[in-house]
Ligand binder design. Structure first.
Ligand SMILES: NC(=O)c1ccc[n+]([C@@H]2O[C@H](COP(=O)([O-])OP(=O)(O)OC[C@H]3O[C@@H](n4cnc5c(N)ncnc54)[C@H](O)[C@@H]3O)[C@@H](O)[C@H]2O)c1
Length: 394
């Protein structure tokens, strides 16, 4: 993670986060370990907890506690009660900055720990679903401090959501099933940043990719990118592998399970495990058994079998290792620089969701290009003037 490394070296010298308490609720992976150490080297007192019960890499959690002295509250496979207890443990550190992936820290502060609000300078949010929750809090006037939407930085969603989720979702499906995707009908629900990435990679592996969407422009884009587009009611009848990545709920539900062919495989890569209606699948089934790690077989009344991967949780983190470090490098560089920005500027900010400042986004891109040993052209003075003028070019 060369960009984060450069930031870490500067943080070590300048200590811009000296004495700031940060609670970070993120997928506890090697990349998160790197971010936590970077923040600590900037002078912060950091603790981490998981942002999903299945995404923790236990060896990483152990290492950040033992090697770096950073408290970590997370165990891969923890139940829902333990998951929320861990969030409360991270809040016991009375954070001045919250760092969320799905807005669980902010939600818990606003609902259970309101006395912490005066201490909080602001927060950052990593993912689309969290940003949606936070924007609705701001709209209803309940958000009590500024939050920076790291997800919306170009150097985050254009790369992390598209290439990171694209590759690692396929990785999670392959690691858990060892399927050959070539020639299979793969249905992807949602053609957003993540869905585009998953579709692109599935196509690259020879799958016959079908997209379902609700937004006309995105559906059109999928069509012109060369995919079949149809409603889920139709796709359910012919799909063999289904991937939900919408950030919405009940995308795959009772009528779809009933329509699916025998042997259908279901995976989700959206933030919450609500995209596949698992209670409805259970209600239709006479038995459920684990047949491989991360693969549950549901036998429906009548004998049809449907396979659910990773308990419907983000499959790239449950069954694989999440996004590769090179893409998290940019996402977490945005996180580190956004925290620094919040510490310097929080008193000027309102209780709103803010974009990552453009100069941070541009700087992350510049540093990443340098790390990838790629140079680009610069505008000449003549070109700068041309672009700034309304009278030229006629
Ligand atoms: N697995 C990961 O590592 C990872 C990484 C980044 C984001 N995410 C999560 O993935 C989800 C999607 O993120 P994104 O950045 O692609 O969001 P996005 O908003 O760009 O795309 C979501 C798409 O789903 C579509 N959609 C909504 N409801 C639908 C429905 N009923 N049927 C079909 N399509 C529907 C929307 O129209 C939109 O185009 C979010 O929950 C986000 O938090 C996961």
């Amino acid at each position: 993670m060369p960009v984060l490394q450069l930031i870490r070296e500067r943080f070590k010298r300048e200590r811009p986060l000296q004495g700031i308490r940060i609670s970070a609720c993120l997928h506890v992976t090697t990349e998160t370990g790197n971010l936590a150490v970077t923040l600590r080297d900037g002078g912060a007192e950091v603790c981490v907890c998981a942002s999903n019960p299945l995404s923790t890499q236990d060896d990483v959690a152990a290492a950040i506690v033992r090697e770096y002295g950073i408290p970590a509250f997370c165990i891969k496979g923890e139940d829902s009660k333990t998951y929320y207890e861990h969030i409360r443990s991270a809040l016991a550190y009375k954070p001045q900055i919250t760092m969320d992936d799905g807005a669980d820290l902010v939600t818990t502060i606003l609902t259970e720990r309101k006395e912490l609000i005066p201490n909080v300078m602001g927060g950052t949010e990593e993912t689309t679903t969290g940003v949606i929750r936070l924007r609705s809090m701001a709209k209803d006037g309940v958000l009590q401090f500024p939050v920076i939407s790291v997800n919306d930085a170009d150097t985050k969603h254009l790369f992390d959501n598209r290439y990171g989720t694209g590759q690692s979702t396929i990785d999670g499906i392959l690691r858990s099933t060892n399927l050959l995707l070539a020639g299979m009908r793969v249905v992807i629900a949602g053609y957003g940043w993540c869905g585009r990435g998953v579709a692109m990679r599935a196509k690259g592996m020879g799958a016959d990719v079908i997209i379902t969407e609700v937004r006309p422009v995105r559906a059109l884009e999928a069509l012109m990118d060369g995919f079949r587009v149809m409603p889920m009611a139709e796709a359910a009848k012919i799909g063999q592998v289904f991937v939900t990545v919408t950030g919405n709920k009940s995308i795959l539900r009772k009528e779809h399970f009933l329509a699916m062919p025998n042997g259908a495989v279901l995976a989700n890569s959206g933030h919450f495990n609500v995209e596949i209606d698992i209670p409805a699948l259970e209600a239709l089934s006479s038995s459920r058994r684990r047949i491989r790690d991360f693969v549950d077989e549901f036998q429906l009344v009548g004998g049809k079998r449907i396979y659910l991967l990773g308990e419907g949780r983000l499959i790239n983190l449950a069954a694989a290792e999440g996004h590769p470090a090179s893409v998290m490098d940019m996402s977490f560089a945005n996180q580190a620089l956004s925290v620094e920005y919040l510490v310097k500027n929080h008193s000027k900010l309102q209780r709103q969701v803010y974009a990552v400042p453009t100069d941070i986004d541009q700087e992350v891109a510049r540093l990443k290009l340098r790390a990838m040993q790629t140079e680009i052209d610069v505008l000449s003075e003549e070109q700068v003037n041309y672009l700034a003028s309304w009278s030229e070019g006629t």
